[in-house]
Design a protein around this ligand. Structure first.
Ligand code: PRP
Length: 182
């Protein structure tokens, strides 16, 4: 299959992301003051967001674990079927748990995460997402903390990929296929 020519346009620059991540960290720190917090980063997309968020959390006890989740047959459209590619290393039973996700799109992955993690009986379960794309929601999913609400564009960068490309970009960009260019 030949590669389609693509174009990238910055939607959220690194500075805006950094400011918003610090605001989210301040809000989360206030809400969890005096309580140990377990962050559960969802791989792969959330690793960059988690790495930035955690360094601004003003909390005495923060621990981290990662859960790998992938959807089958994902291109620029979600296919809606999730599966675990890497399970948590540690139990979350009785803990205050905060899911860290890069994007809430159709909400299908989010619903799946809520189901499998709440079954493990944490003391509390909340979620922070960097990006929320409500226009594509097929499930009634709602995050407790949202970085940015964005329009229905396919976005890459800051951990998000298209076919495993662009995760390393320091900003969030809209990926467009360029039609009619040879
Ligand atoms: C992305 C993202 C969310 C999910 C959101 O993961 O990280 O987990 O899609 O989409 P949804 O709300 O429509 O379910 P992806 O499956 O692309 O894996 P990745 O994080 O490894 O890139």
């Amino acid at each position: 299959m030949s590669e389609q020519p693509t174009e990238l346009e910055v939607l959220l620059d690194a500075e805006a992301i950094g400011r918003r991540v610090r605001e989210l960290a301040a809000q989360i720190s206030a809400d969890y003051r005096g309580r140990p917090l377990r962050l559960v980063g969802i791989l792969k997309g959330a690793w960059m967001f988690l790495a930035d968020l955690i360094r601004y959390l003003d909390l005495e006890e923060v621990s981290v674990d990662f859960l790998g989740v992938a959807s089958y047959g994902r291109s620029t459209k979600s296919s809606g079927e999730a599966k675990i590619t890497k399970d948590l290393d540690q139990s979350i039973e009785g803990l205050d748990v905060l899911i860290v996700e890069d994007i809430l799109d159709t909400g299908e992955t989010f619903e799946y995460l809520q189901d499998i993690l709440s079954a493990r009986q944490p003391k509390s379960l909340k979620a922070v997402v960097l990006l929320d794309k409500p226009a594509r929601r097929t499930r009634p999913a709602r995050a407790d903390y949202v970085g940015f609400t964005i329009p229905d564009h396919f976005v890459v960068g800051y951990g998000l990929d298209y076919a495993e490309k662009y995760r390393q970009l320091p900003d969030v960009r809209v990926l467009r296929t360029v039609v009619g260019r040879s």
